[in-house]
Design a protein around this ligand. Structure first.
Ligand SMILES: [Zn+2]
Length: 113
């Protein structure tokens, strides 16, 4: 997946990326605002179990899906905790929320102010 320009900038100018890395046990937020020390995650409702209508659990193969969803949610919580401990602020934008552009703009402006 092609990374957004903000990531490329972050990688070039800071050591932050190497701290978090990009291996199986680490992560990358979707957008990074280095000077503000803020990151934005854009979560797919299905994969991150938002609880909305887009995040219905499949009806079959539950032995696969339930543990996978639990791992995803646990990883999200770990990531947020690690970021917060290092003084970063975060915003999670859910897939379903991104459809209301006006509301999304307001949240982004408030978060990045
Ligand atoms: Zn949702």
């Amino acid at each position: 997946m092609k990374r957004p320009p903000s990531w490329r900038c972050a990688e070039r100018h800071t050591g932050w990326v190497s701290d978090f890395g990009c291996t199986e046990n680490t992560f990358r937020p979707d957008l990074v605002f280095v000077s503000r020390r803020k990151v934005i995650f854009v979560h797919g409702c299905f994969w991150h179990m938002h609880g909305c209508k887009l995040s219905r659990v499949p009806k079959s193969n539950l032995d696969y899906w339930i543990p996978k969803f639990k791992r995803n949610c646990a990883r999200d919580a770990r990531n947020i905790k690690a970021l917060t401990a290092q003084g970063w602020k975060h915003l999670v934008i859910w897939e379903c929320e991104s459809r209301n552009i006006n509301s999304l703009q307001k949240r982004l402006k408030k978060f990045l102010a």
